[in-house]
Design a protein around this ligand. Structure first.
Ligand code: HEC
Length: 131
């Protein structure tokens, strides 16, 4: 019985470990949460906050993968993003509307960002035809 329980825990861990990231869920999460401050592809080309880089602009940085894999522990996010199951990184109250994500959500957001085209030139806003 104990052995069977241990086996199912192991199986659950293995399945979670190998679960493919879901870029569509990542898109939905980015549009819901990140677009408050960041321009997210063509979703809100004139939105976001002026002082905040667009998600696609960050991809111009050589270490953009590191930055997206750890965004929730990087300033300013650790002040308002909580990852379920992880202890909060600060005891201070959030200064922006809090966001709660599941651990796999970060992988999904990463999969979505991987698909975002990198803007050309200096501008991080690509006008959409007809708008
Ligand atoms: C309340 C505003 C706000 C929200 C919401 C927000 N960000 Fe950010 N983010 C910022 C700001 C401001 C910066 C720039 C920080 C800097 O330049 O030091 C930033 C920077 C980043 C960076 C670059 C980090 C670095 O250290 O270079 C990544 C990656 C990022 N955000 C991803 C995300 C993702 C993914 C989401 C949604 C899940 C998100 N952000 C939601 C404000 C926000």
């Amino acid at each position: 019985m104990v052995r069977r329980a241990a086996l199912s825990v192991l199986l659950a861990l293995l399945t979670a470990e190998t679960a493919a990231a879901d870029a569509e869920n990542g898109r939905a999460l980015a549009e819901r949460h990140c677009a408050r401050c960041h321009v997210v592809g063509e979703f809100n080309p004139h939105g976001g906050i002026g002082s905040t880089p667009s998600l696609q602009w960050i991809k111009k940085l050589p270490d953009w993968r590191d930055r997206f894999q750890t965004f929730y522990v990087r300033r300013p996010h650790l002040a308002f993003i909580k990852v379920k199951g992880l202890a909060p990184l600060t005891k201070l109250p959030p200064y922006a509307t809090p966001i709660e994500i599941a651990p796999g959500d970060a992988d999904d957001i990463f999969a979505f960002v991987e698909e975002l085209p990198v803007p050309k030139g200096h501008s991080d806003i690509t006008p959409i035809e007809g708008k």
